[in-house]
Design a protein around this ligand. Structure first.
Ligand code: NAG
Ligand code: NAG
Ligand code: NAG
Ligand code: NAG
Ligand code: NAG
Ligand code: NAG
Length: 339
C-alpha cells in the first residue's frame, strides 16, 4: 500500500470508529476556535511559572486557590523538563501555544491554551489514592476551574469559540489494575464521576463544545517492573474503559443536545502508529532511551548510547515522546477540521 492510500484508509477507519450518531447542533469549527481549555494528567499538563514544578500550569492541592492576577500573569514554560514528554505535548502542538522554547503568554496565542491538567492525576480519590499529597484530581481540577479560573476567563473569552479538551483515565486504569473488581462496572463508575464533575463545574458555566480522548495503547508500553509481573492493563481493559467513555459521552450529549461532543479514538490511532511506525518517521516502538531525563539527551542522545529521541514512540515506561504527541496532534487537528 502506498503512503497516501494508507493514510486515506486510516482516515476511513477513524471516522467510522469515532463517527457519532447525532446531528451537529453547535456551530463548532476548529478554524474559528480561539480557546482550548484542558484537563487531565501528565499527558496533557503544561508547566506554568505559577505552577507546581513538573506537575502543573497553576497551583496544587495544598495551594488550590489562585487570583486573577496570578492566572493572567502566568506563562507556559517550554524546555526539556517542562512536560512529561521531553518537549511540547499534544495540546501545545494542537494550539501552537507554548511550543516555542521559553515563556508564552496564552493570551498572545491565536488559539489560547488554558491548561488545568495535573501530572499524576486520577479522576477522583473516591476510587484511587492521590499520587502525592499535592496532586489535584480531575474532579478537583474542575472545581478549581469553576471557582478560580472561569470567573476570570469569562471576562475575555468567547465560550462559543472555546473547546474543552479532556484526557483522563491513564493513571486510573494503571492504579486499579490489581483491584478485585468487575472492571467494566468499575470503569462505568469512574465515568459517572467524571461526567458529573464536567456537568457541574464546566457545562453549567456555559461551555458547550467538548473533545474527549480515549486511552493510549497502555497495553503496549515498554516493559517495566510492574508489567513483568503481569501485562496489565491489557487490551481488553483498555477497550472496556474506552467503551465506558463512549457511552457516557453519548449520554452526556443526549442530556444536552445543544452540545458538540467529540471522542477522538486515540487507542486506534496510536495502535496504528505503533503498527506502521515508518509512515510517521518512528523507528523504535518497543523500547525507550533510559537516559530520557538526563541533561542534553535531547541534543546529544549518542552521549548516552541512544538514537535520537524523536525516533522513539515511547519516552519512558509510561509516556510517549514529544514527537509522538506531535503526530497525534496533527491527526486530532484533522479530526476537528472534519467536524
Ligand atoms: C523536575 O524534573 C526534573 C527532570 O526530571 C528534575 O531534574 C527536577 O529536579 C524536578 N524538579 C522538582 C522540583 O522536582
Ligand atoms: C525549565 O524551566 C523551569 C521553570 O522556568 C526551570 O526551573 C528549569 O530549570 C528549566 N529546565 C531546563 C532544563 O532548562
Ligand atoms: C506532604 O507530603 C510531604 C512529603 O511526604 C510532607 O513532607 C509534607 O509535610 C506533606 N504536607 C502536608 C500539608 O500534608
Ligand atoms: C478537593 O477539593 C475539595 C473542595 O474544594 C477539598 O475539600 C478536598 O480536600 C480536595 N480533595 C483533594 C483530594 O484534594
Ligand atoms: C485482561 O484482563 C481482564 C481482567 O483481569 C481479563 O478478564 C481478560 O481476560 C484479560 N484479557 C486478555 C486478552 O488477556
Ligand atoms: C530501541 O531502543 C533500545 C534502547 O535504546 C535499543 O536497545 C534497541 O536496539 C532499539 N531498537 C530498534 C529497533 O531501534
Amino acid at each position: 500500500m502506498s503512503k497516501s492510500t494508507t493514510i486515506v484508509a486510516l482516515a476511513a477507519i477513524l471516522s467510522i470508529a469515532t463517527a457519532h450518531p447525532w446531528p451537529h447542533k453547535t456551530s463548532f469549527t476548529w478554524a474559528s476556535t480561539r480557546h482550548l481549555i484542558a484537563f487531565g494528567d501528565s499527558y496533557t499538563y503544561v508547566q506554568g511559572t505559577h505552577g507546581h514544578q513538573n506537575f502543573s500550569f497553576i497551583g496544587d492541592a495544598l495551594n488550590p486557590s489562585y487570583t486573577a492576577r496570578e492566572l493572567l500573569s502566568n506563562r507556559i514554560v517550554q524546555n526539556q523538563t517542562s512536560t512529561a514528554e521531553g518537549g511540547p505535548n499534544w495540546v501545545e502542538y494542537l494550539t501552537d501555544c507554548g511550543v516555542q522554547p521559553g515563556l508564552t503568554n496564552p493570551r498572545h496565542c491565536s488559539k489560547q491554551l488554558w491548561d488545568f491538567a495535573f501530572a499524576g492525576a486520577d479522576i477522583s480519590t473516591a476510587f484511587t489514592p492521590l499520587h502525592h499529597n499535592f496532586t489535584v484530581s480531575f474532579v478537583n481540577q474542575t472545581e478549581q476551574f469553576a471557582t478560580y479560573a472561569d470567573p476570570v476567563l469569562s471576562r475575555f473569552i468567547d465560550k462559543s469559540r472555546s473547546l474543552v479538551a479532556v484526557w483522563i483515565g491513564i493513571n486510573d486504569i494503571g492504579d486499579s489494575d490489581d483491584y478485585s473488581v468487575d472492571f467494566p462496572n468499575f470503569y462505568n463508575e469512574l465515568q459517572n464521576t467524571q461526567f458529573q464533575a464536567i456537568e457541574e463545574n464546566i457545562y453549567r458555566k456555559g461551555y458547550k463544545q467538548y473533545l474527549f480522548m480515549n486511552l493510549p495503547p497502555l497495553n503496549r508500553t515498554p516493559p517495566n517492573l510492574i508489567r513483568e509481573a503481569g501485562p496489565l492493563p491489557n487490551a481488553t481493559m483498555v477497550k472496556w474503559f474506552d467503551e465506558a467513555l463512549s457511552r457516557h459521552a453519548t449520554a452526556f450529549h443526549a442530556r444536552h443536545p445543544e452540545t458538540e461532543v467529540m471522542v477522538f479514538d486515540s487507542t486506534t490511532f496510536l495502535n496504528y502508529v505503533l503498527d506502521s511506525p515508518g509512515t510517521f518517521g518512528v523507528k523504535n516502538t518497543t523500547d525507550y532511551c533510559a537516559a530520557y531525563d538526563q541533561p542534553f539527551v535531547d541534543t546529544d542522545p549518542a552521549m548516552y548510547g541512544c538514537q535520537p529521541l524523536e525516533e522513539f514512540f515511547w519516552f519512558n515506561t509510561g509516556h510517549m515522546t514529544s514527537h509522538t504527541h506531535e503526530i497525534l496532534a496533527r491527526e486530532v487537528a484533522k479530526f476537528l477540521d472534519q467536524q
